[in-house]
Design a binder for this molecule. Structure first.
Ligand code: ME8
Ligand code: MG
Length: 507
């Protein structure tokens, strides 16, 4: 089955920060997991290059918007392989193919009767690139997200008749309770809808940095419509002229987004697709914010470029490698909720969980098979006490990751990592090795440990692609299907291991 997953496309007004890395990593875990299951995956990320946030930043820096976009888009593109993010394409909204397709789709929306001319008057946040309704205005006419004064805008432009989709959206939410996940975000979108939809600006007259409106060259499309359409346009040109992936992958299986852009993805986006006569996505998963811990011990504030970068993703990758960052982010903050992140929290998890729980388990297991059995064991029955705890694990993890619950699934796997460590202590292979009469039991314990380590490693592969590949090689499992999800169940087989360097060296 085709599985199409996306991240938001990021603004190029600044360099990437940890929040951007977070969404990319989460989406990557899901993409890698689905590939393990043999699904046909298309994974998209990219940059959002038009609109005011970019134009303002470029002006401040004395460069053209495109110069700034070129520079920063490249930084986002470079970040992906550093994070081991396996996106299949990287879209830029300045790609000419994207621009042309935006014009086509929005012309269709107009031909379908959902565009009219009007005058907009109201409050606007240039950093959000968003017009604020009364309910969304902070104290003293400020933006509740950016805490900057809103500007009063009055302009002639074209409107998108969002209000025409009130009933269709209500029906969508009624029929598809998992259209927006998790549940509390579904409720948030629902209550926005219940407030009654108002038409929204589709175009803007003043701004020049955007996609030209084909039926009125004095206007450009409002950046959010241009941006949202990336999910659709990319499939048309990601593989060049020859291959249009739209039929295969549309509609998207998962849009992964942060809660700051919920309204655009859960309300505007399905309405726009309906207006264009296109299918709506299966799921929008809305994750929470990474927060900077505050000095008084409170939860802290949304981590952002302007509000301090607690952890610099480029630096962490350089010092500890991408696996450590991926693991920390997937584990520390329950996916779907807000949570604080810090360097000390990162270091604690690195040492106690990656280096000790998992790294040591792998090293000890391999070292004991080398020491007591010269690295080799014949196919041996496993200890049923332990295999009982591994049976069904792969199915549980699949069901959780089908719902994008990446933290819960990781905890489910980690319970087995800890169980395997207890097993080593309980069976004390070093004691068994002293007694020749226990030779068969030692075989069984070592084979069981090997099997347990192998199974958790298969399941950890989407989270820790680098370390799991090294470990699988040391376990002698480098076949094409050794990392498939179907390999994550107990099956006695001959064993041959090789020495392993520490996966997560202590610093
Ligand atoms: O909104 N915690 O781009 P953007 C968690 N271009 N995630 C965070 C985060 C944090 N503190 N900070 C940022 C835009 N993110 C538009 C999107 S999509 C058609 C257009 C992540 O550069 C999170 O995914 O402001 C959030 O939704 C996104 O970055 C916003 O990135
Ligand atoms: Mg933002």
């Amino acid at each position: 089955m085709p599985f199409y997953i996306t991240t938001p496309i990021y603004y190029v007004n600044a360099a990437p920060h940890l929040g951007h890395a977070y969404t990319a990593i989460a989406a990557d875990v899901l993409a890698r997991h689905q590939r393990q299951r043999g699904e046909d995956v298309f994974f998209l990320t990219g940059t959002d290059e038009h609109g005011e946030p970019v134009a303002i930043a470029a002006e401040e820096q004395g460069v053209t918007p495109l110069e700034l976009a070129d520079k920063n888009s490249q930084r986002f593109r470079d970040l992906m392989p550093l994070l081991e993010v396996s996106n299949d394409f990287f879209i830029r909204t300045t790609d000419p193919e994207h621009v042309r397709r935006v014009q086509e789709v929005l012309t269709r929306v107009r031909e379908n009767g959902f565009v009219y001319e009007g005058t907009y008057e109201g409050w606007y946040c240039p950093r959000c690139a968003d017009f604020k309704t009364e309910a969304e205005i902070g104290p003293g006419n400020t933006c509740p997200i950016h805490k900057i004064p809103l500007t009063r805008e009055r302009e002639d432009n074209y409107f998108f008749e969002l209000s025409a989709f009130q009933g269709d959206l209500e029906k969508l939410f009624d029929e598809r309770p998992d259209f927006v996940m998790p549940r509390h975000r579904y409720n948030e979108a629902r209550s926005f809808l219940a407030g009654g939809l108002q038409d929204v600006s589709l175009t803007r007259p003043k701004l020049r940095w955007g996609v030209e409106v084909p039926w009125d060259r004095s206007q450009v499309f409002y950046v959010w419509f241009d941006a949202l359409l990336n999910y659709y346009t990319a499939l048309g040109f990601a593989r060049g002229q020859q291959q249009d992936l739209t039929h295969k992958f549309w509609p998207a299986t998962y849009h992964i987004i942060g809660k700051d852009i919920l309204k655009f993805h859960t309300i505007y986006w399905p309405a726009l697709l309906m207006a264009a006569g296109l299918a709506v996505p299966e799921h929008v998963f809305v994750h929470g914010f990474l927060l900077t811990p505050s000095e008084d011990g409170g939860e802290g504030e949304k981590m952002s470029k302007s509000r301090g970068n607690v952890i610099d993703p480029f630096q962490v990758i350089e010092d500890y490698g991408p696996d450590a960052l991926r693991f920390y982010l997937a584990r520390e903050v329950v996916f779907g909720q807000d949570g604080p992140v810090s360097e000390s929290g990162f270091l604690t998890r690195y040492e106690t969980e990656l280096a000790n729980d998992y790294g040591n388990l792998a090293s000890r297991t391999i070292a004991m098979i080398l020491r007591y059995r010269d690295g080799r064991l014949p196919a041996t029955e496993h200890d049923p006490e332990l295999t009982a705890e591994l049976d069904g694990l792969a199915e549980t993890v699949c069901a959780q990751l089908d719902r994008a619950e990446i933290t819960t699934a990781l905890e489910e796997i980690w319970k087995r990592v800890r169980r395997l460590n207890r097993y080593v202590e309980e069976r004390a292979p070093w004691q068994l090795a002293k007694d020749p009469e226990q030779a068969a039991e030692l075989d069984r314990v070592l084979a069981t440990l090997h099997e347990g380590v192998r199974i958790v490693t298969v399941l950890l592969a989407p989270y820790l692609p680098g370390a799991t590949a090294k470990l699988m090689a040391a376990l002698g499992r480098t076949g094409p299907d050794d990392l498939a999800i179907s390999a994550a169940r107990c099956a006695p087989a001959p064993i041959e291991v090789q020495a392993l360097e520490p996966l997560f060296p202590k610093r």
